[in-house]
Design a protein around this ligand. Structure first.
Ligand SMILES: N[C@@H](CCC(=O)N[C@@H](CS)C(=O)NCC(=O)O)C(=O)O
Length: 208
């Protein structure tokens, strides 16, 4: 069975939502990053980059949420299209999430939510970039039912948990109507609801 090392954060939830969507059995091993458990020697043996999420499947350890999503898509044969055109759309938006949306919104969380007042420049910079990224996503979702194509894919699963922290980012989702509609639609999926409650049910999906 797959072992999932995780905590209740956007990157962690990508993997629990994915595992729920593709219905692969998994065991949850909580790594409490507020207690620095990600630095324990046992966890470093699995992820030398000391961050959640990570998985171990059949003795093979894997870290980086994008790589794990690709691994699980390949293993399950789900949520990554076979045809080249759609597959590359999905990979393009997955890379957009991993290289842009996740890191930039992470900085917005750091400066706007956890450390307000420490740097006016950083707050302005990351709020502006966060708004820009929401605009990009909104325009894309004007054309498709899901982010990369009309079908649900690992791109949606990578992006959605970060949108679910819109309050940390001081984002009014009502200003991005296509993102809001997509966010609420996916929030109703049983797999998203179950995956959100991993490793525990201490946080609910916010509804604006
Ligand atoms: N690029 C990594 C980022 C992982 C990441 O930033 N994880 C955060 C939680 S969302 C973490 O473990 N932080 C603990 C730390 O930085 O010490 C991925 O996508 O897996």
């Amino acid at each position: 069975m797959i072992q999932l090392y995780t905590w209740g954060t956007p990157n962690g939830r990508k993997i629990s939502i994915m595992l729920e969507e593709v219905a692969l059995p998994y065991q949850v091993i909580p790594i409490d990053i507020s207690k620095d458990e990600q630095f324990s020697p046992a966890f470093l043996a699995i992820n030398p980059n000391n961050k959640i999420p990570a998985i171990v499947d059949d003795g093979q350890a894997l870290f980086e949420s994008g790589a794990i999503l690709l691994y699980l898509a390949e293993k399950s044969g789900k949520l990554l299209p076979d045809n080249a055109t759609d597959k590359w759309q999905v990979l393009q938006w997955l890379m957009w999430q991993m290289a842009g949306q996740g890191p930039m919104l992470g900085q917005a969380h750091h400066f706007l939510h956890f450390n307000p007042g420490k740097s006016e420049y950083a707050e302005g910079r990351y709020f502006q970039e966060t708004n820009r990224l929401y605009g990009v996503l909104d325009r894309q979702l004007e054309q498709h039912a899901h982010v990369a194509t009309d079908e649900l894919s690992i791109a949606d699963i990578a992006i959605w948990p970060w949108v679910s922290r819109y309050q940390f980012q001081k984002i009014d989702l009502h200003k991005f109507s296509n993102v809001l509609e997509w966010y609420l639609r996916l929030a109703k999926r049983p797999a998203f609801q179950a995956g959100y409650q991993v490793p525990d049910a201490s946080q609910e999906i916010l509804i604006p």
